[in-house]
Design a protein around this ligand. Structure first.
Ligand SMILES: Nc1ncnc2c1ncn2[C@@H]1O[C@H](COP(=O)(O)OP(=O)(O)OP(=O)(O)O)[C@@H](O)[C@H]1O
Length: 233
């Protein structure tokens, strides 16, 4: 499998705070990877460092063969990395369809608005509703949907199921599966094992700003006891 994203010895800082202490990770083209770890170990910071939002960083960060350390923040999306942050970033005064059309197209091959509405029928029903009127689940779907239009090659998702009802979590899982079938590469930070085990090919376990283990989804059952201990869930 071709490597799409590679991190080697990645370090990152917020001011004086050293948060990532040499992260090593590889994501193959078309793979779905989940990062697990307790609160505060650096999962979100890993995603923010990959996207270039965190600039105080050192180490190797290669995306599609290109050294991303040299790419300015405003150009990272154009390289094909789409980030859905935990706070979702929906514009509350704009309608669903206006939110959808906001991010610029960065490459061909993205979904059309019609394809997006096919994938998210509830967003079609709410296309004229303002962002403020949406439920948490609808906001999460809109945050994912609007990136699909842009033609990115890789989706970074930060805890997409947090605080959502089981039926919505299931729907988001189905959408991610369909995206995977279309060849999308997905990197997910997620606490919900059950959700993650339905879509992930591999897992990385993070602790103290490093990846401490890596395993395929098939090994999840025998690792459950250790994971429960490490994650405290
Ligand atoms: N903007 C910031 N400035 C300074 N420190 C930060 C900032 N954001 C996060 N941190 C700190 O960096 C560390 C790692 O945070 P991060 O959000 O990456 O953890 P996480 O594994 O994603 O956990 P969580 O699930 O709680 O978000 C934490 O100690 C956190 O307090």
């Amino acid at each position: 499998m071709t490597t799409l994203l590679e991190l080697q010895g990645l370090n990152a800082w917020y001011g004086e705070s050293h948060i990532l202490h040499g992260v090593d990770m590889r994501v193959g083209e078309g793979e779905t990877i989940t990062i697990l770890g307790r609160n505060g170990v650096g999962k979100t910071t890993t995603l923010r460092t990959i996207t270039g939002i965190v600039r105080a960083r050192k180490g190797k960060l290669i995306f599609a063969g290109e050294d991303m350390m040299q790419v300015p923040l405003h150009k990272t999306a154009r390289r094909g990395i789409g980030f859905v942050p935990e706070e979702r970033g929906i514009f509350s005064t704009l309608t669903v369809s206006e939110n959808l059309l906001l991010p610029p197209i960065v490459a061909s091959g993205g979904l059309t608005v019609d394809q997006i509405y096919e994938l998210f029928p509830n967003l079609y029903e709410r296309r004229n509703s303002a962002g403020t009127k949406l439920s948490g689940g609808e906001q999460q779907m809109l945050a994912i949907a609007r990136i699909l239009r842009t033609g990115v090659r890789m989706l970074l998702l930060d805890e997409p199921t947090e605080g959502l009802a089981p039926v919505i979590v299931q729907r988001i899982g189905e959408v991610l599966k369909q995206l995977k079938e279309r060849g999308m590469t997905i990197l997910l930070v997620e606490q919900n094992f059950r959700f993650a085990s339905r879509i992930a090919d591999r897992f990385y376990l993070m602790d103290h700003g490093q990846m401490v283990s890596e395993f395929p989804v098939g090994e999840l059952p025998q690792r459950m006891d250790t994971l429960h201990k490490v994650l405290g869930v």
